[in-house]
Design a protein. Sequence first.
Length: 116
Amino acid sequence: MSDCLFCRIVDGTIPAQKVYEDELVLAFKDIHPQRPVHILVIPKKHITSLSTVLPEDADILGRMLAKAHEIAVDQGSPDGFRVIINTDRVGQQEVPHLHMHIVGGPDPVGPMLKRL
Ligand code: AMP
Ligand code: ZN
């Protein structure tokens, strides 16, 4: 069994509130939402961070971005949203499995979020 938290969400051994899934990516609600809409989009394949992406991962990264608007609208952020990918130590990434935050809601999200 993987000891990666988000790999365990992918394989179903840790529960999550899934909102979108296809063959490449999974999206679920952040457990500590920072805004009314706060979704994490992750690759189903384990990729540690943006610093370890391989050329062949381009389709996965494209899918993560290409689905952001659809997921945001579906979750209650119809008029825009923000995406954030914290990366490694300087980016203060806490979970070492690549993930894209989608934050939004009915109202503007405000200045750059201090901490996601
Ligand atoms: P980051 O700081 O960019 O690595 O963000 C990690 C995010 O994962 C945080 O916003 C956490 O609230 C979120 N998180 C941690 N554990 C879980 C979980 N089991 N289910 C959903 N979200 C989680
Ligand atoms: Zn993983």
